[in-house]
Ligand binder design. Structure first.
Ligand SMILES: [Zn+2]
Length: 95
């Protein structure tokens, strides 16, 4: 390991973490927007479907490809030192 190697920091307490020391966790979060199909209560007309597609496309035109993807799927990797991990894993959604 050279001096210019960037070491991970604990996402909560900012403690520098040393790979190979066994004193931290790497956490992978994969969040997906509601994966169920939309609930359709009545048969939409072809014109209604066409209008909905046009509406969705015009909304997407205002977003970058990354922003569009962020609306449906996010992957986050973070590191937590062991004490911060023990606290976080008991209440990952907050207290
Ligand atoms: Zn920490």
């Amino acid at each position: 390991m050279t001096d210019d190697t960037v070491l991970p920091l604990c996402a909560r307490c900012l403690k520098t973490l040393k790979p190979g020391s066994g004193n931290f966790f790497q956490i992978e979060i994969h969040a997906v927007a509601d994966p169920a199909s939309p609930e359709i209560t009545e048969s939409p007309s072809l014109e209604a479907i066409r209008q909905e597609i046009q509406s969705q496309l015009s909304q997407l035109e205002q977003l970058s490809p990354q922003e569009a993807m962020d609306q449906i799927r996010r992957r986050v990797t973070m590191h937590l030192c062991n004490p911060c991990f023990q606290d976080w894993i008991e209440h990952p959604a907050g207290k």
